[in-house]
Ligand binder design. Structure first.
Ligand SMILES: *[C@@H]1O[C@H](CO)[C@@H](O)[C@H](O)[C@H]1NC(C)=O
Ligand SMILES: *[C@@H]1O[C@H](CO)[C@@H](O)[C@H](O)[C@H]1NC(C)=O
Ligand SMILES: *[C@@H]1O[C@H](CO)[C@@H](O)[C@H](O)[C@H]1NC(C)=O
Ligand SMILES: *[C@@H]1O[C@H](CO)[C@@H](O)[C@H](O)[C@H]1NC(C)=O
Ligand SMILES: *[C@@H]1O[C@H](CO)[C@@H](O)[C@H](O)[C@H]1NC(C)=O
Ligand SMILES: *[C@@H]1O[C@H](CO)[C@@H](O)[C@H](O)[C@H]1NC(C)=O
Length: 423
């Protein structure tokens, strides 16, 4: 995922319900299956790059059950071929997924993936034969925001699940062999709402990217999930009461390449300091600590010398000091939106020679800081600044393209034009 889409996804997470699909309508599309529309669209589904799919759109149709996807009702122009295929049924009132729910559609599709989007329904039962026909197809399955109490047995016939979103279901039974069956997965999301200790069944997971929400426990004792092959896990933990992450970041050999922690306001920072020299912390490439109450960049941060991306959005940081990022020579992206930054030390970024993108929206800065001007930066995002010529003076000596689209306080102008008008 690019860092910009990370920011986007992150912003989505801030709102109560994260909806992981973004679709961009290309063509109106025919009515099909009575109440749906068959369209071709560019679709981005998190880890999958934006790609053209044949999409059966049946979302928000007040459906109580899944329509009859009889193949004879498919517009002929829409026969799959070459394109990926997705059936979108999100935000209906569907309660169960019957046998062969997708009819013969799976048979038609000699496609790279078949997506089934059922998020935000009331599903509490899935027939064991619901996904018949998709045994050997790569499947993306979004069952998040439903009413399942366990991972459906129906998944056992699928040999190639790439994505399983099942967060926000009242799941209280987990079966280690099911977790083993669905692995490896590119993407998995799960709410730990009904668990107050780490469910060891999940240690059978092999995954690239995993998101855990709403954990009711306060430690991750016995946590031991795995990446795919030698790859590090991308681990996203949010909206929980966890206090102690030491079982994730200390004392073990798991490879975490990206660690995103958000909205865990009670998190104990001491293990981060204590274990910053350990295997886990030293291998982290991307770190997010957002919506805590951080008042300064903690000391351990500058020792994580593989870091490429650092995200501290929505904290309470007021100052960036000379040593906060010292030694982060691989850092490319720094995201500090929505803090209360007023001061950035002139030498704050001296060693961050690879820094290219800096996000400073929602702070209390009225100038482009001198420490930023001499960086070889490509993108700087911040709120309107003072565009009087004396204030822009530090930009005159450098190639200030990065500042072009920053708005000016008090008028509709951008820095680019204000700067051009200065002597
Ligand atoms: C299907 O989607 C995958 C993942 O984005 C993409 O690599 C592939 O090219 C797509 N296939 C077709 C036929 O468009
Ligand atoms: C979930 O679906 C219902 C019914 O369509 C809709 O009213 C509601 O807005 C949806 N919720 C979200 C968060 O999309
Ligand atoms: C979820 O299932 C429970 C128990 O079967 C039921 O009482 C409840 O109404 C269901 N909730 C929704 C939103 O369908
Ligand atoms: C850990 O994961 C990273 C990123 O996926 C990989 O480059 C590295 O080789 C892995 N390290 C180990 C010790 O497996
Ligand atoms: C930030 O710090 C100020 C002053 O210390 C405090 O009043 C405020 O509640 C804090 N804000 C958040 C979001 O923690
Ligand atoms: C100025 O910076 C931009 C963006 O980094 C770059 O594309 C452009 O070539 C630079 N222009 C000059 C004159 O160096």
């Amino acid at each position: 995922m690019s860092d910009q889409s990370r920011v986007f996804v992150w912003t989505m997470l801030l709102s109560t319900l994260c909806h992981p699909i973004q679709t961009f309508l290309l063509s109106g599309g025919d009515v099909c299956f009575g109440i749906c529309n068959c369209v071709e669209e560019q679709l981005a589904y998190n880890y999958i790059d934006e790609t053209e799919v044949k999409l059966v759109r049946c979302e928000e149709r007040d459906l109580r059950s899944i329509p009859n996807f009889a193949i004879q009702n498919l517009p002929t122009a829409f026969y799959p071929g070459g394109n990926n295929f997705t059936v979108d049924l999100h935000s209906n009132y569907i309660q169960s997924v019957p046998d062969k729910a997708f009819g013969d559609l799976p048979k038609l599709s000699n496609v790279d993936f078949f997506g089934i989007i059922l998020t935000n329904n009331s599903i509490s039962s899935v027939s064991d034969s619901a996904f018949l026909g998709l045994e050997n197809t790569k499947v993306i399955l979004d069952l998040s925001f439903n009413n399942l109490t366990t991972i459906p047995q129906a998944l056992r016939i699928l040999r190639n699940i790439e994505v399983l979103e099942i967060e926000e279901n009242p799941i209280m039974t987990l079966d280690a062999s099911m977790i083993q069956h669905i692995s490896p997965l590119y993407q998995f999301s799960f709410s730990l709402t009904l668990y107050n200790s780490w469910p060891v069944e999940l240690n059978n997971l092999h995954v690239k990217y995993v998101r855990y929400n709403d954990y009711s426990g306060n430690s991750f004792q016995n946590f031991d999930i795995h990446g795919i092959g030698q790859r590090g896990i991308e681990l996203n933990i949010g909206g929980t009461d966890i206090v102690d992450l030491s079982d994730v970041i200390c004392n073990n050999q798991i490879n975490v390449s990206k660690l995103w922690l958000w909205g865990n306001s009670n998190l104990d920072m001491r293990p981060f300091e204590r274990c910053s020299q350990g295997t886990v912390m030293q291998n982290i490439l991307e770190l997010e600590l957002s919506s805590f109450n951080l008042e300064r960049i903690r000391n351990f941060v500058h020792t994580l010398n593989k870091l490429e991306l650092l995200n501290f959005v929505v904290n309470n940081i007021t100052e960036l000091n000379a040593n906060d990022f010292r030694g982060l020579t691989k850092l490319k992206v720094l995201i500090l939106d929505y803090n209360r930054i007023t001061t950035i030390h002139i030498h704050a970024f001296d060693t961050n020679t690879k820094l290219r993108k800096l996000y400073l929206t929602g702070n209390m800065l009225t100038h482009i800081p001198d420490s930023v001007v001499n960086l070889n930066i490509e993108l700087l995002i911040m709120n309107a600044i003072d565009c009087t010529c004396s204030s822009l003076q530090n930009l005159k000596q450098v190639n200030a393209t990065f500042a072009d689209s920053i708005p000016c306080l008090g008028n509709m102008q951008f820095v680019k034009y204000a700067l051009a008008a200065c002597p």
